[in-house]
Write a protein of this length. Structure first.
Lengths: 232, 88
């Protein structure tokens, strides 16, 4: 049941998907894997929307050069607590009605089952395909959706993997050449792509709209291009 | 036959245009088109497409649909090529 306070807090979105939709968000647990450029807006907007439980996963601590895009981490966090803890501190103060869980460590084949246990949707906010394939395998074992996002420079891509309905991430992107660690990025690019990922989660959980299932959204913010490629 | 090739993301910066119309051999496959494009735009060779066998590093859509490299193209097709991005 939603409290009076929740009904007031979420009034503007209850206008869209009703109290029923809001209850669905409240009852859901969403994993945000990678709490960096994409993970920051994703976690921020999902917290704002009232997703009942957010699980934040990351192994790193914020660095000064992260702050151009990783907006959940501030100057005071640089070199201090791990990113999931840094983000938790803000999100708990932002929305005290939701629960924030954290895992500050590297996701591996050995621990992925335990770490992601009970999650309804996984959001891929990672910066490498090696760990993405780990998420891909996991969601296929559990038959839960995976919202994929990736960015570089002023470009990005988003698609939603649903086991049984779509190809796996590995089938779509079988051999992505991993670049050297440092890639160029403007924060707002991650903001756009992360916001769309958050919308994907909200659409999946509430049933409103059409998630990017079997569709790859390609975004080029330099040239103002939003293109949808059919994947089936 | 004639096809239209559209370039996305950093391919576009490298090639210097967003799209072009090309005269290609009849029945050319997607994989062969990639080779054709590498000849035409040498700047794509090393920077973008991985070595020899590693064509999977580029994503290709044909008339708005994602395709594999062995698919043959037809006159009038619109082919888009885009690099998978991996940052977060």
């Amino acid at each position: 049941m939603l409290s009076e306070r929740e009904i007031e807090r979420y009034d503007r979105q209850i206008m869209i998907f009703g109290k029923e939709g809001q209850e669905k968000l409240k009852g859901a647990k969403v994993a945000v894997v990678g709490v960096g450029g994409l993970g920051s807006p994703v976690a921020y907007y999902l917290a704002a929307a009232g997703v009942g439980t957010l699980l934040l996963v990351d192994e790193q601590r914020p660095e000064l050069s992260n702050l151009n895009r990783q907006i959940l981490h501030w100057e005071e966090d640089v070199g201090e607590r791990p990113k999931p803890e840094s983000a938790r501190w803000k999100l708990e103060r932002f929305n005290s009605d939701i629960k924030i869980e954290t895992f500050s460590g590297r996701l591996t084949e050995e621990n992925v089952e335990e770490v992601l246990k009970g999650v309804d949707v996984v959001v891929d906010c990672l910066d490498n395909f090696e760990t993405r394939y780990l998420l891909d395998d996991y969601v296929h074992r559990k038959k839960i959706p995976l919202v994929h996002g990736a960015v570089e420079g002023m470009h990005g891509q988003i698609t939603t993997i649903v086991p049984g309905l779509t190809k796996s991430l590995k089938e779509l992107f079988p051999k992505v050449k991993e670049k050297e660690e440092k890639f160029p990025i403007i924060g707002a690019t991650a903001g756009v792509v992360g916001s769309i990922q958050a919308m994907e989660v909200i659409k999946l959980l509430t049933g409103i709209g059409e998630p990017l299932i079997n569709k790859l959204l390609l975004i080029d913010l330099a040239l103002n291009i939003f293109d949808v490629v059919e994947l089936k | 036959m004639k096809i239209r090739v559209r370039y996305f993301a950093r391919y576009r910066s490298l090639v210097g245009k967003s799209e072009e119309e090309l005269e290609v051999p009849d029945g050319i496959t997607v994989g062969e088109l990639i080779e054709f494009l590498k000849e035409r735009h040498p700047e794509l060779k090393n920077e973008v497409f991985a070595e020899e066998d590693d064509l999977a590093d580029v994503n290709v859509s044909r008339n708005g649909r994602y395709v594999k490299f062995d698919e043959a193209l037809q006159d009038g097709d619109v082919v888009a090529i885009f690099p998978p991005v991996s940052g977060g």
